[in-house]
Design a protein around this ligand. Structure first.
Ligand code: TRP
Ligand code: SF4
Length: 322
């Protein structure tokens, strides 16, 4: 079974990415043949007008994957825009995909209610799922790990595959299945969605001091004024972080102590911060030890393998169409 998944290079990775995506990839690379790529063209669908250095952010992203334990001996790592076949297949698929299928995509409809996207309304954003389909079916992927929000994109990918097969009477693609991961969404430290623009995230390369500064200010149970006030861990953001990053017995102990009013929020936050740092310290160290040249070598290797599969598939496609 082959797995394909991509991530847009839109900035540093934070704990939400780690819990929601990377940990899942780490499991998958032990079970399947994995193709993990940097979706830099996808980043352009929304950020074409921003000054983001895509080359640098892409290398940085791969560096963080490797620091987290994505192993280039096991997984194939490459850059979307280095494999021009993604663009070639995207073009062909755009020819056969009805605009109405794209316009009913919930991600698109939702974006069009926001002024920022409505103003741009670029064709590339509408056809985002077509490029995503190309990313997947170019490599005969069976499984695609995604979050709930991406389900309609996978459905569309299958529809496009069936449509291609129907039009050209040749079955050359695999209908990909989604691999939904049941990860609870980690909220930002202020309780809102974790996001760079809200300044409420802990980044993988934050120092212990910065982690503590951030956790110290995190939102807790507002009903607790004095240390002896019985708390409600279920409404506390810090407790969410304990559940995600502290050992199970410690989580239980803290839940009891909070409810009993026998632990203060400051102590609780100190322990939370220390446990987060226990996980991030080795990632931070590994990242610091990786040189850009090493990352470029890894990408070159991955690109080669990706290119060989992608060009074979495009040859099949072109023989059918021309
Ligand atoms: N759309 C995905 C996201 O926003 C990124 C992505 C692009 C992707 N191409 C893909 C994911 C192919 C899986 C497979 O997270
Ligand atoms: Fe939250 Fe911990 Fe304070 Fe309880 S003791 S409210 S879990 S920070």
């Amino acid at each position: 079974m082959r797995v394909v998944s991509g991530m847009r290079p839109t900035g540093k990775l934070h704990l939400g990415h780690y819990i929601g995506v990377i940990k899942n990839w780490l499991n998958l690379q032990n079970k399947y043949e994995c193709f993990f790529f940097v979706a830099d063209w996808h980043a352009l669908t929304t950020k074409f007008d921003e000054d983001i250095n895509l080359k640098e952010t892409s290398i940085e992203l791969v560096k963080e994957w490797i620091a987290c334990g994505i192993n280039p001996e096991k997984s194939n790592i490459y850059i979307q825009s280095d494999i021009k076949e993604h663009a070639e297949l995207y073009l062909i698929l755009n020819m056969i995909t009805p605009v109405s299928w794209l316009e009913r995509n919930p991600t698109y409809k939702d974006a069009m209610t926001q002024d920022e996207y409505k103003k741009k309304n670029n064709a590339g954003f509408l056809t985002y799922p077509v490029l995503q389909t190309a990313d997947i079916i170019l490599y005969d992927a069976n499984l695609v790990p995604i979050g709930e929000d991406q389900k309609p994109h996978l459905e569309l990918a299958r529809e496009i595959v069936r449509h291609f097969h129907y039009l050209y009477k040749k079955e050359i693609f695999i209908e990909p299945k989604e691999l939904l991961t049941e990860v609870p969404r980690l909220p930002g430290l202020d309780g809102r969605k974790m996001s760079k623009s809200f300044n409420n995230a802990i980044y993988l390369d934050d120092s212990p001091e910065i982690i503590w500064e951030k956790v110290r200010k995190a939102k807790t149970d507002p009903a607790r004024i004095k240390k002896t006030d019985p708390g409600h861990p279920e409404v506390c953001i810090v407790f969410e972080y304990h559940k995600a990053f502290s050992p199970k017995n410690e989580v239980e102990e803290i839940e009891e102590a909070c409810k009993a009013g026998s632990i203060g929020c400051v102590e609780c936050k100190k322990r939370c911060s220390a446990n987060i740092d226990k996980i991030l310290a080795p990632i931070r160290e590994k990242k610091a030890s990786l040189k850009n040249e090493d990352i470029l070598d890894i990408i070159n290797e991955g690109n080669k393998k990706a290119k060989s599969l992608a060009s074979k598939k495009m040859k099949q496609v072109n023989e059918i169409i021309f």
